[in-house]
Ligand binder design. Structure first.
Ligand code: FE2
Length: 376
């Protein structure tokens, strides 16, 4: 008998869950490139699943299971040798596919047959992506707009809230969640918001009363947000002109937001932007620490003097404040939740198709979603 997928299924991504099975059909960023040095290994947890990420001595990142198959030691404490990793405990050695290639204590008496799993990896836009699904992975999605020259910042924020709460963020929160930021964005009033299914996921539209321009932000299935570059953005060379983000579950209670921001400016414009950055620009630890203090009632948002990351602290308190996932049972969605409703409807449809063995929509970044860069 087939399962009937419900809204509650969207937030559980451990191995074997329906949303976990769906998510594993896509590539996910798991680490920032610059944080993984050559010859180092790290324990990483995503979707309630632990694995070992290491960068081989050739510079290429690899992902294999968390434990050595010998006696269960944690492989991330082992030795990286070439593109292989050797367990610290008794020296069993694995290649990038997880095949055991050496068991030194056996003194050559037995040909190694044991293996763990290895997972395909790719590096793109300053992030390391891993594919945890079965079989041949699909091509890694590309973002042409993000490949332009300019200042590229890659950020990694851990939020103690289910990934879906952050994924659902859309323009309707801005007038209140970021009320003090409206003047600098030339925005006022309450935006009209609407959404429609796209080739890639959901196109989320917003129209503010003080402008004729319609804004669009895309959600790419299953967990991507993308502000597609427009001619206006590029002409203005604004600091955070475009960004792409991935909401990657660590487990059902917390996730990592990986974000790439691109300011498509070079030369003196770029030097001016870099010079204008505050000393705390690269320290994002205050987002969680100050956010937690605000949620605990020991600090008010208005008392935060360093405004460098204020937008993210505001988002943090709104989204983390929705935790735990059980709060979703008591929600009252309204007219302004068009994007949320559309996203959940699509997710449920796809999960039901997966549960039933039906046909899944093949999500694609078409020119309707992202126009060719040379035309923008
Ligand atoms: Fe926000």
């Amino acid at each position: 008998m087939n399962t009937r997928v419900s809204e509650a299924d969207l937030v559980h991504t451990a191995p074997g869950t329906i949303a976990g099975r769906y998510m594993r059909r896509f590539w996910h960023p798991v680490y920032r490139s610059e944080d993984l040095q050559v010859g180092h290994a790290k324990p990483v947890r995503i979707m309630s699943f632990d694995f070992t990420l290491y960068r081989g001595e050739t510079g290429v990142p690899h992902a294999v299971d968390f434990r050595c198959s010998h006696r269960g030691a944690q492989l991330s404490i082992g030795y990286v040798e070439g593109d292989q990793i050797r367990c610290l405990f008794h020296g069993w050695k694995y290649d990038k596919a997880g095949q055991c290639v050496e068991r030194p204590g056996d003194r050559g008496h037995e040909r190694p047959k044991t293996h763990i799993r290895g997972y395909p990896t790719e590096e793109y836009l300053g992030l390391i992506f891993v594919y945890f699904g079965d079989g041949e992975p699909p091509p890694l999605p590309r973002f042409k707009g993000m490949e332009m020259d300019g200042i590229r910042d890659v950020t990694v924020d851990v939020l103690p809230v289910n990934f879906f709460f952050s994924l659902e963020n859309d323009a309707s929160h801005f007038p209140f969640n970021h009320r003090d930021l409206l003047p600098e964005r030339n925005l006022s009033g309450i935006p009209e918001v609407w959404a429609e299914e796209s080739d890639w996921g959901v196109a989320c539209f917003d129209k503010w009363p003080n402008t004729d321009k319609v804004g669009v932000a895309h959600k790419g299935m299953p967990n991507v947000g993308y502000i597609v570059p427009t001619a206006i953005m590029l002409a203005k060379a604004v600091k955070h002109a475009l960004h792409v983000s991935w909401r990657v579950p660590i487990d059902d209670q917390k996730h990592t937001t990986f974000r790439v921001n691109l300011a498509p400016v070079t030369g003196q414009d770029a030097r001016d932007i870099l010079a204008s950055r505050s000393p705390t620009f690269y320290d994002r630890s205050m987002i969680g620490s100050l956010g937690d203090a605000v949620l605990a009632g020991t600090l008010r948002l208005s008392e935060i003097e360093d405004r460098t990351h204020i937008e993210f602290i505001q988002d943090y308190v709104a989204q983390v404040g929705q935790s735990p996932v059980s709060t979703r049972e008591h929600e009252q969605l309204s007219h302004s939740d068009a994007a949320v409703v559309t996203l959940r409807r699509i997710w449920k449809r796809e999960l039901q198709a997966l549960a039933d063995g039906g046909e899944l929509k093949q999500w694609r970044m078409t020119e309707k979603v992202e126009p060719p860069v040379n035309t923008i």
